[in-house]
Design a protein around this ligand. Structure first.
Ligand code: AMP
Length: 400
């Protein structure tokens, strides 16, 4: 595989798979541009070499073809600003006449953004014919989308086979993501704490199993903690819960014990009488939440409990908020954990933060430069810890 830095893109059209899946407000304004900024060095290197750039990405989860809400055209103006005011061309479809025409007209030093890949269902299906059509737009394929590297989609994995070995490579972002994930996977200094939060229990329980092989401690926060607490017989009121995951949760706790890994559940929670920013709130032990109330953040004792674990750790991995941090009343736990990680990092720990929401949180609290590495990939980063090669990485290294 050629090194991106050593490749000259002069006169070449680089087709870059980026992860521009940024959060948009109801007014369709970008609320966090971390993923866009992260890929700028890759774009700039190609332009500096005298090449041109064709960017392809997905945005959100459109169900039935094109829709304004998920159009990448909403990113054009901001991308142009990030590139110092240079114009960014836009093709209203990622394949077909419009895309071919725009790509053919592209001159060295120009940037073209293609419309949302997921407006075609073939993208997520990993359809070969669709991948081939995309491949025809560029001379070189660059994968800089670590956030989707765990998906075997047309633009992230299948497309690579249509480029010779010296014309397919990782971008600078992908290279640094893999390097920092490897640092945690292969060179973790102990104690190693994995902090897992957020809502999607079913996604994260399976990945946690693999962290049992690596971590000294696993902190579980956010909505997913209540499935563990209820499985243990706790009362969680109306808190988020996946009843079909009790067996998995108990199994995980038992496995952790047999391996000597400490799983930490929040001692207390900030509870609310409704899922609302203006809800009535109170503090409660996490396993004694009254009916009609729900845990929306970790409580003050849990903050202290978790920060004590973080403080003694030399390697820290964080994915997922500790509560509904989007609402001010339920933000404190996530902020306390972020500050604890920043403190530990200042004292020499290596900290890797990943996942869209954790990244938004460290940005919100102004702590992004106080941790060792902020990853742009949540699921991809954690799946990497299963020891599996991700499809987006395998496709470049050894396409089938
Ligand atoms: P995930 O995408 O699985 O990492 O989940 C992130 C989402 O989980 C955020 O939008 C949070 O608001 C939400 N979340 C975190 N804690 C809770 C909780 N206790 N109850 C409900 N939602 C939560």
């Amino acid at each position: 595989m050629p090194s991106f830095s050593q490749h000259s893109f002069k006169g070449q059209k680089a087709l870059i798979r980026v992860d521009f899946n940024v959060p948009l407000s109801d007014q369709l304004e970008i609320t966090d541009d971390t993923r866009m900024r992260a890929t700028l060095p890759t774009i700039q290197k190609i332009l500096k070499d005298g090449g041109s750039v064709i960017l392809m990405s997905h945005l959100g989860r459109p169900k039935d073809g094109p829709s304004d809400k998920y159009s990448l055209k909403h990113l054009v103006r901001h991308l142009s600003e990030l590139l110092g005011g240079m114009p960014v061309l836009f093709a209203g479809d990622c394949i077909g006449e419009q895309a071919i025409h725009a790509a053919n007209l592209l001159k060295p030093g120009e940037v073209l953004l293609l419309e949302n890949l997921r407006f075609h269902k073939e993208e997520e299906k990993g359809d070969e014919a669709f991948a081939k059509k995309l491949a025809q737009l560029g001379d070189v394929y660059v994968n800089d989308a670590f956030g989707t590297a765990h998906r075997a989609h047309a633009s992230t994995a299948v497309i690579a086979k249509f480029f010779p070995a010296d014309k397919r490579m990782f971008g600078l972002l992908m290279e640094s993501e893999v390097k920092s994930a490897e640092k945690v996977l292969h060179e973790a200094r102990k104690p190693f704490v994995a902090i897992i939060g957020g809502a999607k229990v079913s996604d994260k329980i399976l990945i946690m199993e693999n962290l049992l092989e690596k971590a000294t401690d696993i902190i579980v926060g956010g909505g997913m903690a209540y499935t563990f607490l209820k499985a243990q017989g706790g009362k969680i009121g109306n808190s988020l819960c996946e009843n079909d995951r009790f067996g998995t949760a108990l199994d995980l706790l038992a496995k952790a014990e047999s391996k000597g890994v400490c799983i930490h559940l929040p001692a207390d929670s900030i509870i609310a009488d409704k899922f609302d920013a203006d809800a009535e709130t109170s503090a409660s032990p996490s396993n004694q939440i009254p009916d009609g109330w729900m845990g929306l953040d970790i409580g003050p004792n849990a903050c202290e409990q978790f920060c004590n674990v973080i403080k003694k750790s030399r390697t820290i991995l964080w994915n997922g908020p500790m509560g509904v941090f989007e609402m001010e009343n339920f933000r404190h736990g996530t902020k306390a954990i972020a500050m604890g990680i920043a403190d530990a990092t200042r004292n020499g720990a290596f900290s890797l933060v990943g996942g869209g929401d954790s990244v938004s949180a460290v940005n919100l609290f102004g702590l992004a430069d106080k941790v060792s590495y902020v990853s742009t990939g949540g699921g991809a980063m954690l799946e990497y810890f299963e020891g599996r090669e991700l499809p987006g990485i395998a496709a470049i290294n050894n396409p089938s």
